[in-house]
Design a protein around this ligand. Structure first.
Ligand code: A3P
Length: 303
């Protein structure tokens, strides 16, 4: 089952989602060779939902005793979050690589854009923790359009109309899509009490960052102590990982991630509701209706 994307590249459907052929290969490679460790942490998201932020925050939270958050030597000040937390299917298992992950100290941090069912097959009933971040489809779409526009402009030197991204979202056939199927796959799992799946929302992280970072730390089993709270550790981590701070670091202004994308491309405007500057009311309504229909009865809502 295949489809063409707007630049003529072929997409294949695997376990309900659409991917470029090299991603399908990487997923098969991952599913065959990855061995989960019980204390692994996997950061999952749909592209453009706040993955970079979640990577930075989780890295800073988990390693906060190793690197004081106000020191100039913190790895987040000299390395991009995508280098510190690698994507399973977009970095580690690409090109038939068989990465040696055994040497990595625990807890190992990985990231993925795969839906839960595809990831889960490879966790082999491991109790490792999965953190999922989601974001309103309309902001995801606009963010993706900006992201792809830049790449298309650079690669093909042509413009990429927003309508094309919109049509792909409505059709469902775009890399890692459909969005709503993926969000639902993680949301359902997060409701099962025995499952170590934390469901986070970009909008809630923007609205109440302190509360959400504490929730993240609680879930990961490294809650902030009263002393840490009093001494401003949560705020320091938030400042370190803020869009303003990360996007102004030299390391993120230049350089390219292992999947070949300029670090800079992962930082833009951030926040909630930029879609209002780009989508028509009709586009917004169609997207909302499509998501609502898929999520009906699940308990998850985006209003
Ligand atoms: P916008 O394009 O709306 O600005 P991802 O990391 O999943 O690729 O998502 C990228 C989106 O998250 C972009 O959104 C980007 O600006 C935003 N983002 C990146 N780093 C962030 C941070 N530290 N805090 C908040 N938002 C961030």
């Amino acid at each position: 089952h295949s489809e063409k994307d707007s630049t003529g590249k072929t997409l294949y459907n695997y376990q309900g989602s659409w991917y470029y052929p090299n991603t399908v290969q990487a997923i098969l490679n991952f599913q065959k060779h990855f061995r989960a460790r019980d204390n692994d942490i996997i950061l999952a998201s749909f592209p453009k939902s706040g993955t970079t932020w979640l990577k930075a925050l989780t890295f800073a939270v988990v390693h906060r005793n190793k690197y004081a958050t106000n020191l100039v030597s913190h790895p987040l000040l000299s390395d991009n979050p995508h280098n510190l937390v690698r994507f399973l299917e977009a970095d580690l298992y690409v090109n038939n690589q068989r990465p040696d992950l055994e040497e990595l100290p625990s807890p190992r941090l990985f990231a993925t854009h795969m839906p839960f069912q595809t990831l889960h097959d490879s966790l082999r009933d491991s109790p490792c923790k999965v953190v999922y971040v989601c974001r309103d489809i309309k902001d995801v779409l606009v963010s993706r359009w900006h992201f792809i526009s830049k790449l298309v402009k650079k690669e093909l030197n042509c413009n990429y109309p927003l309508e094309e991204t919109f049509e792909k979202f409505i059709k469902g056939a775009y890399s890692f899509g459909p969005f709503q199927d993926q969000v639902l796959s993680y949301f359902k799992e997060s409701l099962v009490n025995s499952n170590p799946v934390l469901f986070m929302r970009y909008e809630e992280m923007i609205e109440k960052p302190e509360a959400q970072v504490m929730r993240l730390a609680d879930f990961l089993g490294c809650s902030f102590t009263e002393e840490e709270k009093q001494s401003g550790t949560v705020e320091k981590i938030l400042e370190l990982c803020s869009l303003g701070n990360l996007s102004n670091l030299e390391v993120n202004k230049m350089g390219t991630s292992t999947c070949g994308i300029a670090h800079q491309a992962f930082f833009r405007k951030g926040g909630v509701g930029d879609w209002k500057n780009h989508l028509t009311d009709d586009m917004a309504r169609k997207l909302d209706e499509m998501v609502k229909k898929k999520l009906e009865g699940s308990g998850l809502k985006f209003e």
